[in-house]
Design a protein around this ligand. Structure first.
Ligand code: BGC
Length: 384
């Protein structure tokens, strides 16, 4: 790949009589790109992990859409490891990419890399996860993360029968026992999801409709480092042995991400919950999710997981490509939010996309009809 990039940089220099901008022969976006052919420009794409399908889809979508627009792409996955991602981004800067699109493993760890990028005139687009503590984040493309948490909480209430899917009054009154899970604290999104969810759940905890028998209601107590499935399973195991072994029934679990949901469900099934909602005396609790990962879509189809939040990564990729193109043409990407995402140093102009809640009944209309999955993939629980 690096050879190809060097050739690309050389090609650009020959074609336009430019030495790529920045020092030491490194390329970089800056002002030189506006007149360049897309084929002479390279976008560095840094994704966090391949252990989650979501990020594989993001990487594929961003790469193919950038290539369709004529750009060269250097795509790397960081194996959920902070030093690996730092090295990969450093390497892309050295190789002279023109724009960086980064979904951070740890949103607080990339400030030095971003400083190097800025020195080379390379614009940085934070992809889905805000990069914090750096003034060198030029744009942010994401979903409306607070509304993801709100949607997850509403899906929990709907699953419990406290409300209907369209927000009307439900037939159940509670009280219900629930447990709360959150994402990785080094991911800015985790706080947005949890805050969004608690904006709905806290009043119901306060009035006794919902009870959290473990007492673990803070984001620190609920957090799951690196959004890891096994970590979530282990915490659920601990909750089940610590709080529920006296026969207390668990009715619902707020889960922020499908991988975490699958860890929770495995722990529950290993302890005798389920296997389906109709089984007694311990039916599986209502479990929420996020990302519409195919394994969880199958679980939802089978009545095991209750819901997920669909984030159409094709649309997110489109926004990232639009932002990269704007920078390369010396313009500014179009933001639809210039207030929400303060990264600790500045408010980063953002483009937020909407999300959709998916229950079993919505799989066909939302996921299959839109071409996100085929019916066969949903049946198999595996993407082709
Ligand atoms: C993303 C979620 C995803 C989570 C775990 C978050 O930053 O916004 O969609 O579930 O990371 O990968």
């Amino acid at each position: 790949m690096s050879n190809k990039l060097r050739l690309t940089a050389l090609g650009a220099a020959l074609a336009f009589g430019l030495t790529a901008c920045g020092g030491g022969g490194a390329g970089g976006g800056g002002d030189d790109t506006a007149d360049a052919d897309a084929g002479d420009l390279t976008i560095g794409v840094s994704m966090p992990t391949q252990t989650s399908e979501r990020w594989i889809a993001d990487g594929d979508n961003v790469k193919s859409q950038l290539e369709d627009a004529g750009y060269n792409v250097e795509l790397q996955y960081a194996n959920d490891d902070i030093p690996t991602q730092s090295q990969q981004v450093d390497q892309m800067i050295t190789e002279g990419v023109d724009v960086l699109i980064i979904a951070a493993v740890d949103g607080t760890a990339l400030a030095p890399q971003l400083e190097n990028a800025a020195a080379e005139g390379i614009e940085v687009i934070a992809y889905d996860r805000l990069i914090r503590d750096s003034e060198n984040v030029d744009f942010y493309v994401t979903f409306d993360n607070f509304s993801v948490g709100v949607a997850q909480a509403n899906a929990l209430l709907t699953g419990l029968g406290l409300q209907t899917a369209d927000g009307g009054a439900g037939t159940a009154t509670g009280p219900f026992n629930v447990e709360l899970f959150a994402g990785s604290l080094d991911d800015n999104n985790a706080t947005f999801f949890f805050d969004g969810a608690m904006s709905i759940l806290q009043p119901l905890i306060d009035d006794g409709t919902l009870v959290v028998p473990s007492g673990q209601t803070s984001i620190e107590q609920a957090a799951t480092l690196r959004w890891d499935q096994a970590t979530a399973q282990a915490r659920m195991d601990t909750l089940l042995t610590g709080t529920y072994n006296d026969g207390t029934v668990l009715n619902g679990v707020l889960s922020p991400y499908d991988g975490i949901s699958r860890g929770i469900i495995t722990a529950l099934q290993n302890t005798g919950y389920g296997p389906d909602l109709a089984s007694t005396p311990r039916p599986l609790p209502v479990v929420t999710g996020q990302d519409a990962e195919i394994a969880s879509v199958k679980l939802i189809n089978d009545g095991v997981q209750s819901s997920t939040i669909f984030k159409d990564t094709r649309n997110l990729a489109e926004q990232a490509v639009a932002a990269a193109t704007a920078f390369l043409e010396d313009g500014e990407p179009e933001a639809n939010d210039t207030e929400t995402y303060d990264n600790g140093v500045k408010v980063v102009p953002s483009y937020l996309l909407p999300v959709e809640t998916v229950y079993a009944d919505d799989i066909a209309s939302v996921l299959v009809d839109s071409g996100y999955y085929t019916e066969a993939e949903v049946e198999a629980g595996q993407a082709d």
